[in-house]
Design a protein around this ligand. Structure first.
Ligand code: MG
Length: 454
């Protein structure tokens, strides 16, 4: 549309009128307060009534392990009586460090701030330590971020997915985990999930990298090297057995079920390439985390060598790590731990970025995400267009005694409740019955005792 000289004059006149009619409103407009009048049939938001913002009164970490895994939740209390928010800050392997980061640093930083300004608070906390990108502080930020979104939903009296754009699907398709010591047992377990309504199943033999499935005794154990609890991975037997699991499951369960597998960064790049080429004929839905963070320069070669779809990013710390692989179409699914990258605010950014590159989401959803965190990613799953798949977990009775309002599963779909905000609450007395520990065990070794990067 062409804009004429007279249009410009009219616009200039209107602008001057807006600035002079009610000079207070005009001047306030220049300095940040809303300049335009609110139509009379709308109720003014609290801040526009001159009542002052709702502020953060207290922030604290709640640590609990009702199902064994350390879970950390941030509780943000406000100046509005009864109004608080919860956010997941679970870095299960270094949980006590996250508790310290929250209880020692966050209060001084955020108490007294306006609960409405999530982006500003996120960016402020992100840079306030100067050094950033670490999992401890990112999880702490996530706890604050998710709790603030929870509060915003409660204030709006809407479930969070509504604030993110409303439902893009009626519920969230999920995958379940089928494992077993042999391909036949894995196939039997896949069949059980199909009967429960799952259309997507992840298949693993033993633990990641077939840990526990190898029959041989590693030399390092015989030599007394390492510690008692160290695990053993036989790389050759893992690489040979994985295509056999796919073959057995396809044979027993047919072609309809979508099959996933997690390499968990445990194999060498050229071995990954060779194995993925063999998996193509079984049409995997995706292969997860084929490369360790130390081997990302192999993406180009990996992508050019095979047509299997990839999910990546569980060990990413920062949304910026997704940009280059997305631009280069190196993988197909965003696979990250939402609290690890800093919460809902950065997760929405990375999800939206993925939409432009046809990359879908597959948030990390195991037992070491709290129910608050599961709800947070479920609200994102409902609202974004480029949702891919969601990893599901089972919320045990003990877990549900601590966390009420957990997402529910039916016929392979996850749903959230319609309560305002995230819809999950915590019983702090019950949570206190399950103290966290400082133990974590990710030491996996080759037969000669060399540590394998997970
Ligand atoms: Mg994984």
């Amino acid at each position: 549309m062409k804009i004429t000289e007279s249009d410009f004059s009219t616009r200039r006149r209107n602008l001057l009128k807006m600035m002079t009619v009610g000079s207070a409103a005009g001047i306030a407009g220049l300095f940040g307060a809303p300049a335009a009048a609110i139509p009379s049939h709308y109720e003014k938001p609290r801040y526009a009534k001159g009542q002052g913002p709702v502020k953060i009164r207290n922030v604290k970490a709640i640590a609990t392990a009702p199902a064994g895994s350390n879970l950390i939740v941030v509780k943000v209390e406000t100046t509005e009586p009864g109004l608080y928010g919860l956010g997941c800050a679970t870095f299960t392997q270094r949980a006590a460090a996250v508790v310290t980061a929250i209880n020692s640093y966050m209060g001084e930083f955020c108490i007294g701030r306006d609960v409405d300004n999530i982006e500003d608070m996120w960016q402020s906390f992100y840079v306030s330590s100067y050094w950033r990108n670490g999992p401890v502080l990112n999880n702490a930020i996530s706890g604050l971020d998710q709790a603030l979104w929870d509060i915003k939903g409660k204030r709006a009296n809407m479930p969070l997915y509504q604030l993110l754009g409303g439902k893009a699907r009626f519920a969230i398709p999920c995958y379940a985990h089928a494992a077993g010591r042999s391909p036949e047992v894995v196939a039997e377990n896949v069949q059980k999930f199909i009967e429960q309504g799952f259309r997507h199943v992840r298949i693993q033999q033993g633990g990641y990298g077939a840990v526990g499935a190898a029959a041989d005794q590693p030399d390092f154990k015989k030599a007394g090297f390492g510690t008692e609890s160290d695990s053993y991975m036989n790389e050759r037997s893992y690489l040979k057995s994985t295509p056999k699991i796919f073959e057995a499951v396809r044979k027993a369960c047919g072609d309809e079920v979508e099959l996933l597998h997690d390499i968990h960064e445990r194999a060498q790049p050229m071995d990954v390439i060779n194995m993925c080429k063999k998996l193509e004929e079984y049409r995997p839905f995706f292969i997860e985390d084929p490369l360790s963070p130390e081997n990302t320069s192999w993406w180009k070669q990996l992508r050019a060598s095979t047509t299997v779809p990839f999910a990546m990013g569980e060990l990413f710390n920062n949304v910026n790590e997704f940009l280059d692989p997305m631009v280069n179409h190196y993988f197909d699914y965003i696979r990250c731990h939402v609290s690890q990258i800093g919460g809902i605010t950065p997760a929405m950014k990375i999800a939206r970025l993925g939409e432009w590159f046809n990359v879908k989401t597959a948030w990390h959803g195991p037992g070491d995400v709290s129910p608050v965190g599961h709800a947070a990613q479920a609200h994102i799953d409902l609202a974004i267009w480029n949702f891919g798949i969601q990893e599901s977990t089972r919320f045990s009775d003990k877990l549900q005694a601590v966390f009420s309002g957990c997402p529910t599963m039916k016929d392979g779909y996850m749903s959230v409740n319609e309560a305002p905000g995230l819809g999950v609450d915590i019983n702090e007395k019950e949570a206190a019955k399950y103290p966290i520990t400082t133990k974590s065990n990710w030491q996996v070794r080759k037969s000669d005792g060399t540590i394998i990067r997970p």
